[in-house]
Design a protein around this ligand. Structure first.
Ligand SMILES: [Zn+2]
Length: 270
């Protein structure tokens, strides 16, 4: 389990991650030629990246399918839910034999279909939490920063099965909220396309990379310490711990960075 899920959408994602992720293994070798492949700079992260990407791909199709089934026939029972999704996505039969899958998928489909907001709750969370964006750290207090535009973020997006519950809501600046959109894991970031050389006037990677690293920091924190299950937390708890999540990195100029090097630098800030 990567983190403690709060909403049905997260449960569905983590269910798929655990059942698909283990099928992917990645052999790290230092045979001649291979070690010059710089993009494999961090084999552990690279493996996690492929697992997250594959799970996300399947999750997005699963949640779309679950939403459509719920919209058409909300009284469909969980095992028919599981059967239909399995057929739509061509999943292995083990998915339908597990009755949990149907129940998780049905709940996620309902939440994604209803996208029910609760502006009263959103406002009260905004009032109660610290007046700072959880990603970039911008002050959201009108008295201290009159230009600040605060918004409330669903850590797991509404349309992907994230409910409007206190433990899924966190204050963010309008800018970060808009930029993040439906990015649910760091692996959604510009992982493959990053190769940049920083100039002397700029010691930070670009905004899209920073956002992805911020989510990476939250996810790593939520994973806790290996072998100590009670150190695992929800994404919100992790975000509150690392607040603000986007790291300030001390980077070399005149050095061409790839994404996984940034990730390593970010891990050093935890
Ligand atoms: Zn922000």
């Amino acid at each position: 389990m990567l983190w403690l899920p709060v909403t049905p959408g997260e449960q569905l994602f983590l269910y798929l991650f655990e059942r698909l992720g283990h099928k992917l293994s990645f052999q790290w070798t230092t045979e001649a030629g291979i070690d010059s492949m710089d993009f494999l700079f961090n084999p552990v992260r690279f493996q996690e990246f492929t697992q997250l990407s594959v799970s996300l791909e399947v999750f997005l199709r699963a949640i779309r399918s679950a939403r459509a089934i719920y919209a058409q026939a909300p009284n469909t029972n969980p095992s028919d839910f599981a059967r239909t999704i399995r057929r739509d996505l061509d999943l292995p039969s083990t998915f339908t034999n597990d009755k949990n899958f149907g129940e998780i998928a049905k709940r996620a489909g309902r939440v994604a279909h209803e996208v029910a907001r609760d502006t009263g709750l959103e406002k009260s969370v905004l009032r109660a939490e610290r007046k700072q964006c959880y990603l970039c750290g911008e002050k959201l207090d009108q008295a201290h920063n009159p230009r600040s535009k605060s918004s409330i973020e669903h850590i797991w997006p509404l349309s992907l099965g994230g409910e409007t519950v206190e433990s899924n809501l966190i204050p963010a600046c309008k800018d970060c909220n808009d930029k993040r959109q439906h990015m649910v894991t760091w692996a959604w970031g510009p992982v493959q396309s990053t190769f940049e050389e920083l100039t002397t006037s700029d010691t930070n990677p670009n905004g899209a990379v920073r956002l992805s690293l911020g989510l990476g920091k939250i996810m790593l924190k939520a994973q806790g310490i290996e072998g100590k299950p009670n150190t695992k937390t929800t994404l919100k708890e992790a975000a509150q711990h690392v607040w603000p999540a986007i790291p300030g990195l001390k980077l070399k100029t005149k050095h061409s960075y790839i994404y996984f090097e940034y990730f390593q630098e970010m891990e050093n800030t935890l």
